[in-house]
Each structure stands twice: as structure tokens, then as C-alpha cells.
Design a protein around this ligand. Structure first.
Ligand SMILES: [Cu+2]
Length: 290
């Protein structure tokens, strides 16, 4: 029965959850576009089935107790206190359930953390409040990626997720993502690829994905990093190998000299009252002056 309920839920979820971006009334994980996310989703449904079964068992036992052993139905209670068989069972069964969860859980952890041989590397650096990307294997160009403000959105661009310069990667290739932070801790997260990894200043974290379908996939910074934490989305465009090669040629020219790119574009994206990196909150400034 638990299995049936989970199946129904999974069916409903397939209809409701978008892939690459959230969808209205979505109640479940986003659709999978990488092998890791597929494993995360099946592990999620496996856990859901176990949880539903446990909850139903407890519910049934409680109802039996309430009906059969209430004061009216059972005025003279038994004084039984120990039952070796039951006590062994309610210790061993949960242990077996935990072992059954631990095995696929560790398998999934290894899949996520044991990087396969990568076809290419993209380095993502979190800034307050945008991402910048480097392509060391494809000509070593780099660029900043800022959110498109609502008033500038094109019809096919989702609000708060679209960016001016998307990360472009080839389909079906293993992409290693190296992640770091330039100022504070950010987190690089993209639900449909099943990746979420902290961007920590002074440290290089790595993860990977293999996008299985062409399209645009969106993610967001997932570590509270300041005022515009919610406005530094991640957009990855997955294209064919030929389109990727063409894009690389174009990008090499376009981003050839962009060392001063960030500050003016951050200023454009900003609103009055902004705290730029390096400025202090009034309270902190007062404390420093003391
Ligand atoms: Cu951030």
C-alpha cells in the first residue's frame, strides 16, 4: 500500500515538477537531468516508501490500542511488562531498516563525491552578488554572470533566474565544477543536476555533472551571503558539441579583456543603500571606532 501511495505521488510529481526550473504548485524535487539527480530522486522515493510504511504501521498500532485497550473495552488491564520476542524484534527491525537505508545512501554519496574523469572544467566563483566563471580548458576566458532585472526579461526568461551570461556546456560530457568564494561563503546549487556545494573563500571545492538533455537549467546561491543573496542565480545552457565549440570561439573574443567588467556592472544592477564588499554595517563601524 505504501508502495502504491508512493507511485501515485511519483506520478503526480512527474506532472507537477519542472526540469531545470521550479514550476507552479510544484511539491516535489525538480526533474532530473543528470545521473546523480536520477539517483537522488530514486533514493528519495525509496525513503518515502519506508517512511509511509512506518507511519502506517504506527498508526494502525495506535488505533488498535485505542479501540481494544481503552478503559471501557478493557476495564481490568493485564500487568504484563516484558516480552523478550517483541523487545528483540523492535530493536532488530529498525536496525535492518537503517542498514537498508545506509547501503544505497553510501552508494549515492560515492557517486556524488568520487569525481569521474572530467571532459572539461568550469570554475565558478561566488561574489556579492553574482557568479563569475572561468573556462581553463577552453582558452582560459572568464566572465561575470548577473541576474537579468525583471524589467529587462525576454519572454522565455524566468524571473529571478535568468542571467545575462549563461554558463554553456556540451551535452553528455562530464563537467567538473570547481567552486570558490571571493568574499563570503556562497553555495553553488543546481537542483536538476543534483549539485549543491559551498563556495568558500580560500578553498576550492569540486563537484561534477553530466547533463543528459539540451536545454537551460537554473539554480541559485544556497548559502545566505548578504543583501542580494536571492538575486545571484545560476543558469547553465546545455548545447550540442558543435554549438559549444562555436560558443567557445565567440566567447574567447567577447570575454578577451574583461578585467574591469564586474564593478560597473554590479553598480548597474544595484539599488540605493547598498553595502558594497568591504564597507561596514554602522554597528560594526561604531565598534571598530571604539
Ligand atoms: Cu551567494
Amino acid at each position: 500500500m505504501a508502495g502504491l501511495m508512493v507511485l501515485a505521488f511519483a506520478g503526480m510529481d512527474a506532472a507537477l515538477a519542472g526540469t531545470g526550473q521550479p514550476s507552479p504548485w510544484q511539491i516535489n524535487l525538480q526533474g532530473a537531468a543528470s545521473p546523480v539527480m536520477e539517483s537522488i530522486r530514486s533514493f528519495h522515493y525509496f525513503l518515502l516508501a519506508i517512511i509511509v510504511a512506518v507511519v502506517l504501521l504506527v498508526l494502525v498500532l495506535l488505533v488498535i490500542v485505542m479501540i481494544r485497550f481503552n478503559e471501557k473495552a478493557n476495564p481490568v488491564p493485564s500487568r504484563t511488562t516484558h516480552n523478550t520476542l517483541i523487545e528483540v524484534a523492535w530493536t532488530v527491525v529498525p536496525v535492518l531498516i537503517l542498514v537498508a537505508i545506509a547501503i544505497p545512501s553510501f552508494r549515492l554519496l560515492f557517486l556524488e563525491l568520487d569525481l569521474p574523469k572530467a571532459d572539461m572544467t568550469v570554475k565558478a566563483t561566488g561574489h556579492q552578488w553574482y557568479w563569475s566563471y572561468e573556462y581553463p580548458d577552453n582558452g582560459d576566458f572568464s566572465f561575470d554572470s548577473l541576474m537579468v532585472p525583471t524589467e529587462d526579461l525576454k519572454p522565455d526568461q524566468p524571473r529571478l533566474l535568468a542571467v545575462d551570461n549563461e554558463v554553456v556546456v556540451p551535452v553528455n560530457k562530464i563537467v567538473r565544477i570547481q567552486v570558490t568564494g571571493a568574499d563570503v561563503i556562497h553555495s553553488f546549487a543546481l537542483p536538476s543536476f543534483g549539485i549543491k556545494i559551498d563556495a568558500i573563500p580560500g578553498r576550492l571545492n569540486e563537484t561534477w555533472f553530466q547533463a543528459e538533455k539540451e536545454g537551460v537549467y537554473y539554480g541559485q546561491c544556497s548559502e545566505l551571503c548578504g543583501k542580494d543573496h536571492a538575486f545571484m542565480p545560476i543558469a547553465i545552457r546545455v548545447v550540442s558539441e558543435a554549438d559549444f565549440a562555436a560558443w567557445v570561439e565567440k566567447a574567447k573574443q567577447e570575454f578577451a579583456s574583461n578585467e574591469t567588467q564586474a564593478p560597473e556592472r554590479v553598480a548597474r544592477n544595484d539599488v540605493p543603500g547598498t553595502m558594497m564588499p568591504g564597507t561596514m554595517l554602522p554597528v560594526a563601524a561604531a565598534a571598530a571606532a571604539r
